[in-house]
Design a protein around this ligand. Structure first.
Ligand code: CMC
Length: 438
């Protein structure tokens, strides 16, 4: 297995002296390329007998990574050093995929080669078609995705050896390629239309739209505005460093599980409304709000500690400023609705909600700003996707990030199985009581 260089060890800038009742200990502190210094506590338990406690990983770096950088205070997101807005404006989704996976923007030849590699893996095993038919027609598309992506490992036995770089490469291409086909098949299954085979003459994004919206009875022409909006949505969602689903993929992979199973685990984690399910939840919330007059009542509910309601599409663990993805998404939303001639009152409602929330002290003090999901749902609805498909599209795009992060983890020489510790607060030792005496 090829091993990457241990860059972080060359960046030990200082150490932190920790005083405990067992003595004082020096903990190395690393200086990253960007972002706050990181204190290495790997030897803490061995030397002091102490664990650290950090539920939700608010102060814990789980790995070293060279892929994505976020500055939440400044609202910056970069893939391999490139600003997200530049990539969204200028690149194809496959260029960004190649950048995330291999670290560099491809030249013309590299771009063509990579696009070909992906294109020629977009067909899925024919048996997959029968596999789909086992699901109820009204199953949530994410439930189907967890199942079918996990099932890929039962179809592609020839790329499961994670210690073999060629297998890892093949699984990478298969996952990115087949994700679009599986997502489109999931949509077709839900709407009761025949599955559509991929077309090799189309770009990744155009092909995905073709597999979703064409029918065998008439020719389908991809609308360039829609394709461009979709491309931007995919790029903006492609990676986001160590979020819940990516950490899930890394943790699942740390045991040596195959990449198809790891990505299925990532999809399961993404499904939750606090993560990828938020774009679906935003539209449900806008439906509930109904009209502008009701906004103040919902803003009040969101601020009420005794009410579980939150403004969906607002707030982020890392961004304490405007989510840079939300800016691009808002622009895109106006453009798509205008060019498609869609007059969706939800956009006006969303903009008014954003305005009122941003003027409110509660949101200002807690630094709660619109996130990527606030506007993406409105675009996806205008394109014609039902809300239940929104998180599937997020999963499709994020597969590129998940697989990049999984590869980086496998190639990290310090990689070990992920095994967090705990603060045990349950019962102490108890004497067993037989059933007859309980
Ligand atoms: N509406 C109202 N209050 C909020 C919201 C919100 N959307 N988000 C956070 N808060 C409050 C929260 O009640 C807490 O208040 P207090 O300090 O008084 O207890 C404070 O802000 C901090 O919130 P937190 O839950 O401790 O923050 P977190 O970092 O654990 O959670 C979050 C981040 C994204 C889960 C959360 O902001 C949220 O639930 N937002 C709505 C769901 C959403 O839009 N998720 C998509 C995230 S972006 C896409 C992705 O990366 O998946």
């Amino acid at each position: 297995m090829s091993k990457a260089s241990t860059a972080v060890n060359q960046n030990v800038s200082k150490s932190y002296k920790l005083e405990t009742d067992k003595g004082s200990f020096d903990l190395p502190v690393y200086s990253p390329t960007n972002g706050p210094d990181v204190m290495d506590v790997t030897k803490l338990y061995g030397e002091t007998g102490l664990f650290t406690y950090d539920p939700g990983f608010a102060s814990t770096a789980s790995c070293e990574s060279k892929i994505t950088f976020i500055d939440g205070e400044e609202g910056i997101l970069r893939y391999r050093g490139y600003d997200i807005a530049d990539l969204a404006a200028n690149c194809t989704f496959m260029e960004v995929a190649r950048l995330l996976i291999y670290g560099e923007l491809p030249n013309k030849k590299e771009k063509e080669t990579f696009e070909n590699q992906i294109t020629y893996h977009t067909m899925v095993h024919e048996q997959m078609h029968f596999f789909y038919r086992g699901f109820r027609r009204d199953a949530h598309p994410m439930a189907i995705m967890v199942g079918v992506v996990g099932a890929l490992s039962s179809f592609y036995h020839d790329s499961l050896d994670i210690t073999n770089p060629e297998h890892r490469e093949l699984s990478t291409h298969r996952l990115i390629a087949k994700m679009a086909t599986l997502a489109a098949m999931t949509y077709k299954y839900a709407v009761g239309q025949p599955f559509i085979y991929p077309r090799n003459d189309l770009s990744y994004t155009e092909n995905f739209l073709h597999m979703c919206f064409s029918v065998p009875s008439e020719p389908y022409v991809v609308n360039p505005t829609v394709a461009s909006a979709m491309r931007r949505i995919f790029i903006l969602h492609a990676d986001h460093e160590q979020n819940a689903s990516t950490s899930t993929v890394r943790l699942a992979g740390s045991s040596g599980a195959n990449p198809f199973a790891c990505i299925a685990a990532g999809i399961a984690s993404l499904w939750g409304p606090a993560h990828g399910g938020a774009n679906e939840a935003v539209l449900t919330m806008l439906d509930e709000i109904g009209s502008k007059e009701n906004i103040p009542e919902f803003v009040k509910k969101a601020k009420d500690k005794n009410d579980p309601f939150r403004l969906m599409g607002f707030g982020h663990r890392v961004y304490k400023n405007y989510d840079p993805r939300a800016k691009v998404m808002q622009e895109s939303c106006h453009q798509v609705l205008k060019e498609l001639g869609v007059n969706d009152p939800k956009l006006e409602l969303a903009m008014e909600l954003e305005r009122l929330a941003l003027e409110d002290d509660y949101f200002a003090e807690k630094k709660l700003y619109p996130n990527v999901d606030f506007y993406s749902g409105i675009i996806l609805k205008a394109i014609g996707f039902p809300t239940s498909m929104f998180t599937v599209l997020f999963a499709l795009a994020r597969t590129v990030g998940w697989i990049s992060q999984w590869r980086e983890m496998i190639e990290d020489p310090r990689q070990r199985i992920g095994r967090p510790r705990q603060l045990y607060t349950g019962e102490g030792e108890r004497k067993f009581v037989p059933l007859s005496k309980r």
